[in-house]
Design a protein around this ligand. Structure first.
Ligand SMILES: [Zn+2]
Ligand SMILES: [Zn+2]
Ligand SMILES: [Zn+2]
Length: 627
């Protein structure tokens, strides 16, 4: 029987609390594509321009890698074996894993497993995935040759890195490299409904390392070997934080995958990367959880009922493949061919019309059928993300093209209005799922902040004041004054942004207060925001989805694009502008609040919100001066 590797809470833990000190890695390696932009030791971004002739970089290495500071130069010395691998194996698919494995072997000559799971047999003995196993063997051989060790140890080390390695992300969510952490972190299991999250600290080692937080988790059965003996202080450190209340003795879990995916996608990703089948509560729920059901619900408008019942799964898989291809194709138009307009057209066409298909391959079904997705289907959520971004790009392209105030600029404003509407829909839709699955907190925090940013950008557009039907003496009214007197978001967020301790215990209260407030403002501006966008017009409300109800999404089927073109006038008025501003600030502050729960008060997200709002403080001060 396998040894139980898991971590449990030592004590009761509130939501939004650090539960480990910053844990340094056992081994780590920067991905090849970041060797020239990030520190080889601590993964922080290099000062620019690159310090070519300073003593920070190793001039003997012909600039294969760089350090950000003298401290990093001394804490991370590169062996000749590693340099050799760096030069000769940078094209290998596991290039950074190989370097991490090599480094692990060199720093742990006596304890080659360090209490971690290698999954070596699972990874190597799979008959159906020879290519994967062959790639591992090739990598292990390279390590063995470079270090003069036996292939068995080398492949054990590589498998250990592949099994336990975590992608170290920077503030923009880029995967900078791979790191393996000791048992304190590596024994924390995966769940698709986790109660903890983690974040990284990327900075050169400080003169002394203060450990503010004690370790608040421990394994159930086994005594941990001491990691502290080698007080290595280099490399990106990891901190675990609670995103739900955790009771003493409860297992602590994090996620290894994107939680906004339906079960099948999560499972196949976990299998191909880690070789396990997830049996968490969310995955084993039967019938599937509300969220998993919604994320993959499709309908077929006129499909022959007999063909649907004959083999639902075949039909389903086929439909999803077709849909995925179609959406990928539309996104490619935008990202690879730089045509956001065609991308918007394709995606909206699909969202309103569904995908018409004529027959199933190799089957007898000939009737024409239309596949439609639930508006909260994961592919729809992907489409909203893309549409928000593509409309934004189109708007700024137009703004850049025309300096004269004419209908083009008004057109640009229309585009950024649609972008903000999609952004708000994405946040609202994800928040709807978040109510059933609270571990989506990090995702929803991000989406609220993006929505707030879009709305605020829209309300700040100088074009607006030119076209607006009002004559106020100042171009930018002191908007912050009119934020909100109804909810306590402002107070709570000041607490976060200005470094007082926020009361995360009031999470439910703050959330429902926010939703109440935002529901009222949204009703005032939604019809204005979706003006001219056929698909969005089918949404009665982008945040409260109770209108979807049990009648499924039949109302969305009836949208006809040609009916949307003519419409009553929707002018850009001061009142709309005020409401959009108000809504934007609410979204930003609530997003910052959620982000502070996941990542603490000093995360990039909270400082992003602070930067956006700082501009408004300027507005206030300016207007005081002119008063
Ligand atoms: Zn560094
Ligand atoms: Zn699961
Ligand atoms: Zn409010």
């Amino acid at each position: 029987m396998e040894m139980e590797m898991e971590m449990r809470a030592r004590e009761d833990i509130e939501i939004g609390e650090d539960i480990t000190p910053p844990i340094p890695p056992l081994s780590y390696a920067l991905h090849h594509s970041f060797l020239h932009s990030h520190c080889y030791s601590c993964f922080s971004a290099l000062p620019l321009p690159l310090p070519l002739n300073s003593n920070y970089n190793n001039t003997k290495n012909h600039h294969h890698y760089y350090y950000c500071s003298p401290a990093c130069t001394t804490t991370r010395v590169v062996s000749t074996e590693e340099l050799h691998i760096l030069q000769s194996h940078h094209h290998h698919p596991f290039s950074s894993d190989i370097r991490a494995a090599l480094r692990f072997l060199q720093s742990h000559p006596d304890d080659r497993i360090a209490g971690l799971l290698t999954n070596c047999r699972k990874l190597l003995l799979l008959q159906d995935d020879d290519e994967f196993a062959a790639t591992i063997c090739e990598g292990a051989k390279a390590i063995a040759t470079a270090t003069d060790t036996d292939t068995a140890s080398a492949s054990a080390a590589l498998c250990l890195v592949l099994t336990n390695g975590v992608e170290v992300q920077d503030y923009d969510g880029r995967n900078l490299g791979i790191a393996v952490y000791p048992q304190n972190f590596s024994w924390i299991n995966h769940s698709c409904s986790p109660n903890a999250s983690y974040r990284f600290f990327l900075s050169p080692p400080p003169p002394c390392c203060p450990n503010s937080t004690k370790l608040r988790i421990l394994p159930q059965h086994t005594v941990l070997t001491k990691d502290d003996e080698v007080c290595q202080d280099n490399g990106p450190k990891i901190v675990v934080r609670s995103i739900k209340r955790i009771k003493q003795g409860e297992q602590v879990t994090v996620t290894y995958t994107n939680l906004l995916q339906p079960k099948q996608m999560r499972q196949s990703e976990l299998w191909s990367r880690y070789r396990f089948i997830c049996c968490c509560e969310r995955c084993s729920a039967s019938p599937p959880t509300n969220v998993d059901h919604t994320l993959q619900e499709i309908s077929s408008a006129s499909l022959d009922a007999s063909s649907l019942s004959s083999d639902q799964n075949v039909y389903r898989d086929y439909a999803i493949r077709r849909l995925t291809d179609y959406i990928d194709d539309a996104i490619t138009q935008y990202l690879s061919f730089g045509d956001p307009e065609l991308c918007c057209e394709k995606l909206e066409n699909f969202l309103t019309q569904g995908l018409l298909y004529e027959q199933l391959e190799g089957r007898e079904v000939k009737s024409q059928s239309t596949i439609k997705l639930h508006p909260l289907h994961y592919l729809c959520l992907n489409a909203y993300t893309t549409l928000a971004s593509a409309y934004k790009v189109r708007a700024s392209d137009l703004f850049g093209l025309y300096s004269e105030l004419d209908e083009h600029l008004l057109g640009a404003l229309d585009l950024s209005r649609t972008s903000a509407a999609y952004s708000l829909l994405l946040a609202g839709a994800t928040h709807h799922l978040f109510r059933f699955e609270s571990s989506l907190i990090a995702t929803v925090a991000n989406f609220w902040i993006s929505a707030g940013d879009s709305l605020l950008t829209l309300s700040r557009s100088p074009v607006w004041s030119e076209f607006a039907k009002w004559d106020l003496p100042i171009a930018n009214p002191p908007l912050l004054k009119c934020i909100c007197s109804k909810c306590s978001l402002m107070d709570n967020c000041k607490a976060i942004l200005f470094h007082r301790e926020a009361q995360n215990a009031d999470f439910e209260d703050i959330s429902s207060e926010f939703l109440d407030c935002v529901a009222i403002i949204t009703q005032k501006v939604w019809s204005f925001l979706i003006h001219g966008c056929c698909y969005l017009r089918a949404f009665k409300d982008p945040i409260d989805f109770s209108w979807l109800g049990t009648s499924k999404y039949s109302s969305l089927r009836d949208v006809q694009p040609h009916l949307c073109s003519t419409d009553e006038e929707h002018g850009y008025t001061l009142q709309e502008r005020m409401h959009i501003f108000q809504l934007g600030v609410h979204c930003l502050l609530y997003g910052a609040y959620l982000a502070s729960i996941c990542y603490g008060r000093h995360s990039h997200l909270t400082s992003q919100v602070q930067n956006i709002l700082d501009c408004e403080e300027c507005l206030i001060n300016d207007s005081h001066e002119t008063d």
